[in-house]
Design a protein. Sequence first.
Lengths: 321, 321
Amino acid sequence: MDACAIGIDLGGTNCRGGVVGADGTLLAQRALAVGNRRSEEAIVALLTELIEALSSDSGANGASITVVGVGAPGLVSHEEGVIYQCPHYPWRSFPLSRLLQERVGLPVVIDNDANCIALGEARYGAARGDRNFWMVTFGTGIGGGLVHGGELWRGDRGLAGEVGHFVIDKNGPPCECGGAGCWELYASIRGIRRIVAETDTATLAALLAKAGETLNALTPERVARLADEGDPVARKVWADFGAMVGVGIASLVNITGIETFVIGGGLAAVWNHFIGAARTTLTEHIYSTIAPRVVMKRAGLGDAAGILGAAAMAARKDGGR
Amino acid sequence: MDACAIGIDLGGTNCRGGVVGADGTLLAQRALAVGNRRSEEAIVALLTELIEALSSDSGANGASITVVGVGAPGLVSHEEGVIYQCPHYPWRSFPLSRLLQERVGLPVVIDNDANCIALGEARYGAARGDRNFWMVTFGTGIGGGLVHGGELWRGDRGLAGEVGHFVIDKNGPPCECGGAGCWELYASIRGIRRIVAETDTATLAALLAKAGETLNALTPERVARLADEGDPVARKVWADFGAMVGVGIASLVNITGIETFVIGGGLAAVWNHFIGAARTTLTEHIYSTIAPRVVMKRAGLGDAAGILGAAAMAARKDGGR
């Protein structure tokens, strides 16, 4: 029997997992909706259910599961196996690693979700061969993972990479992290809605009528389709959004000196709509001698990156690979 | 004869150097004004003059100089010995290390000025024992050096730590780096003048009359004295300035996960006026579980940090210590 790892990507809405072989093959895959099961206890039960289902799926394929890796949102301490805090969940110093281990009888390794995605892209995706890069995911929020010298950078206590929450507008509105003016408020799906909402009322009404949506139901895909059809307001929304992506990446260049950026998350699917504007704004905000060296590329693994990366992290910690 | 290193701190206005013994003792010290000698050629001549003067000073003390370290402003590649670009000087890909070495006949090692200050504070100052910390200097501009695991973080090509130029106001005014809305525009001596200038005209006139200064001549020390005397406008200026310090440090916490900050530069001398407000704003912009762990402390070496750090860097590269 081949030794396999289970990799899990725990999001704010869904919890997706897979059984991953030593070569990165996805042998089985499942997803569960989180729904109202949001307490620490309920999350442990949910993950147990997912792991047991995946184990029985893969048992049929003759795979032997030796370890579990979980990518979770928020302030995750990889070393301590604890999630300190997460804006989307009511957790405080949640010892997920220990609690889950007790339930499933396998070693459980945890890390920040974006760190797992970075590992997945580094091993199997767009960042193969990159020793130094930032993985940045643009979706409901912004996630970030920094790889330096081929290793994840973990700051003082494994908590680095909360890049969605640095301030790009000192006069900006409150953020659910407790701060205000955070990058995540502008360069995310909510950011797109904010940009749309800030256009003048008549234009906004016309755009929403055309889209056949309310503001809160407006998806990036819908705005992308309108832009494809030549709608000038939709195009302006993407230009403004790209500028917000670019200004944040410029700051990451200036602070960390990293020159390679892998762009993932849900919005990567429509990246052709904003990457040009992002590049223009990025170039305006960094030194001209550096600008030509900065590379932005699209993530290669889509939704699978988090699962593959969590499994790779766990397998590595387990002594393998 | 003891083996010594020359350490030089090249600023925008002055160039200060010292002969440093293996134990960090400053055996001799000199400063030269840069004045109009700003071209690449003129800077090499100026540094040669300083090094020769320091060598003859120390020769009398029986010291033998084996290596030179220079901390310089701007985008300095330590590995290549090249300064790519600097907002205050007309340099482009300036091979300072090689050119100076040819003139003085000693190995010359260069690095970013703030990196040298970080090394100085790590070895002899406020950061002794800190494996991970950000050195941030607040003066005419902002400088930054990041130490991780006891080593300087150098990004992709030794260019990391340009922390003055991350964006904290996406709608902010242009900066001389080519960007706009940079942290340096707000949390620096120029930032203090900006805050003062933005108070209403009558209040501004009253403040300047009290200070006996024009806006451009207004120094932080003068504003500090007025605050000490109880002037409410001067106190408000410091509160606003502290908020700008805090919002930037919060972003560095969120991006890099580093929890220790050593505050240096000219403004560190008046830090009691702004550090309280900085702490308040910092706390508002980071996760509550992290806030109690973040330490801000004042640099311990003052102006000598850059010289001591540059010498330590050079001596280390030279194989010693």
